[in-house]
Write a protein that binds this ligand. Structure first.
Ligand code: HEM
Length: 158
């Protein structure tokens, strides 16, 4: 079953029409999207660099996880909300754009990985996590988030 009718409905909803009809709404929402990207990128980097052994000072990955969590959760909510608004204004174009599907799949994988494997590794007793496991988790997480960001940019380019 295709989701094209649903995407078409979003594009012709009052939200999609309103954003498309305005000269400034799309860029304004995209600015919020990109400001939130800077915050989420920062919190993802801090925890993953620590897992890679390039941490900030003497703070453990667990401490950094707890400290960055509110920033991560808040900016994620902003990214999802602003992303959804942008989506409604060009849903049919996005349906046919492979980068959009790459981005959504990578986002889903990143969120699942962050909430499960990365969370368990960051919060585990450091004596029970080998440096190799910690580095591998940091690297996979960075790669997944990089694909989300790169695919987002790819949509803008084409
Ligand atoms: C943490 C999650 C996300 C990240 C890291 C992310 C990243 C990005 C990036 C880097 C851009 C490119 C901006 C530019 O071209 O200058 C972008 C644009 C965009 N994003 Fe996201 N995004 C996220 C979530 C979402 C979600 C959930 C949606 C939709 C449901 C979405 C929809 C869009 C749309 C429609 C654009 C504009 C594309 C265009 O220029 O035509 N994003 N995003």
């Amino acid at each position: 079953m295709s989701v094209l009718p649903l995407f078409t409905w979003f594009e012709h909803s009052w939200m999609g029409e309103g954003i498309r009809a305005s000269r400034w709404l799309f860029p304004a929402i995209e600015s919020v999207h990109l400001l939130a990207l800077a915050v989420i990128g920062g919190s993802v980097l801090v925890v993953n660099l620590s897992l890679l052994g390039l941490g900030l000072g003497r703070r453990s990955a667990a401490q950094l996880w707890h400290e960055t969590w509110p920033w991560f959760a808040g900016s994620l909510a902003l990214m999802l909300g602003s992303g959804f608004l942008l989506f409604t204004s060009e849903a049919v174009k996005l349906y046919y754009h492979e980068a959009f599907w790459v981005k959504m799949s990578a986002l889903l994988l990143s969120l699942v990985f962050t909430a499960t494997v990365q969370r368990r590794t960051a919060l585990a007793d450091p004596d029970r996590v080998t440096p190799w496991r910690s580095r591998a988790v940091g690297l996979v997480s960075l790669l997944l988030w990089f694909v989300v960001g790169a695919a987002g940019r790819w949509i803008g380019f084409s």
